[in-house]
Design a protein around this ligand. Structure first.
Ligand SMILES: [Fe+2]
Length: 354
């Protein structure tokens, strides 16, 4: 990167009177270390501005073809931040003051000028020009750092996505392994996930929460990995002790999810998918609003599919019977009545195909 402070600055002096450009450049070259370019015609001066890196312009106001303000407006089309000092005769003063505020002239000096004052104004103008340049350089550096950071962020995001997808795949595979252990529940998790998503969409749950619910549906019984196969497939009634082991799948499932990236949000849904609104569910005996809407949705989808599929201890029930039982469960405050009614309507309207 170039060192802006060490580079000599360039001044352009524009005046239709040669004697003025000459005397000004003489004064300035004696007192300051500068590149000085002069021009006696504003139109040619515009070309000079275009082709050179000009730090400061000193321009006359009254010139043929174009006055100093018109000249500055043209310059600003290509060099927006140029610093400009305007030289004015006494008669032009009023017009110039108006224009100074409108177009942003840095300073105006009345003719005839005082040399010391002129040098002071030029120094200050050059300092301002340098500050603007340095600021622009900093902005460019910041922009470039921002781009680098964005690139890195995108790479990390991609890595993160891949990592999350890999974990998701492992978890879903694990859920399928468990399903395979339990010959009566093949396809159960996919159906529960699908029903839960449709019900959630119907009640207007936010998109990202639905996405998590979709995954929770797929792995809600992942804790059954800790339940012996012989109990999962037992045709008769479970003993109290066996039932306690089965109930524990909610706790195991939640604990499997909690430490995993992007799965900790599923902890609540997995752990509480067997809670009941009246507090008689497990594992925590939560009541009503203590149970998240996601867990309540999962519960309706899970109970429906459990009744509407073959189980070790009974065959699949007819749809009418399943709907009747769902309503009874809602009446007993085991399931959320609003969700049950919405779900039944969706089944009856074919919005959920069973
Ligand atoms: Fe379950």
């Amino acid at each position: 990167m170039e060192d802006l402070e060490k580079k000599p600055q360039t001044i352009l002096i524009v005046d239709d009177e040669e004697i003025i450009t000459y005397s000004l450049s003489m004064h300035l070259s004696l007192s300051t270390d500068l590149n000085i370019i002069t021009s006696n015609d504003p139109v040619s001066a515009l070309k000079i501005v275009e082709n050179n890196d000009i730090d400061l312009i000193i321009s006359d106001y009254l010139m043929p073809n174009m006055n100093g303000i018109e000249f500055l407006l043209e310059v600003k089309k290509t060099k927006e931040d140029v610093t400009m000092i305007l030289l004015t005769g006494y008669a032009d003063k009023e017009n110039v003051i108006k224009a100074v505020n409108q177009v942003g002239v840095y300073y105006y000096i009345e003719k005839p000028w005082d040399n010391d004052n002129l040098i002071k104004v030029v120094y200050n103008g050059l300092e301002k020009a340098l500050l603007i340049k340095q600021l622009k350089k900093k902005i460019l550096e910041l922009e470039s750092s921002k781009n680098e950071i964005n690139k890195l962020y995108n790479i990390l995001q991609k890595d993160y996505k891949v990592q999350v997808e890999s974990i998701e795949n492992v978890m879903v595979s694990l859920a399928y392994i468990i399903e395979a252990k339990d010959k009566y529940t093949v396809g159960h998790t996919q159906r529960v996930s699908e029903y839960a998503v449709k019900l959630a969409q119907k009640i207007g749950l936010e998109r990202d929460r639905i996405e998590k619910l979709r995954m929770a549906g797929l792995i809600h019984d992942i804790g059954k990995i800790g339940v012996p196969e012989i109990i999962l497939n037992k045709p008769g009634k479970l003993t109290e002790c066996e039932f306690e082991l089965v109930k524990n799948h909610t706790v195991i499932g939640g604990n499997i999810c909690r430490p995993l990236v992007n799965f900790s949000d599923l902890y609540d849904m997995i752990r509480h998918h067997h809670e009941k609104l009246n507090g008689s569910g497990y594992p925590d005996g939560l009541k009503g609003e203590e149970i998240s809407i996601e867990a309540r949705i999962l519960s309706v989808a899970d109970v429906f599919d459990a009744l509407y599929s073959d189980r070790p201890y009974r065959s699949k029930l007819p749809l009418e019977k399943v709907i009747e039982i769902l309503k009874e469960e809602a009446d007993k405050d085991n399931l959320d009545i609003k969700l049950v009614n919405t779900f039944i309507n969706m089944v009856n309207n074919d919005e959920i195909q069973v």
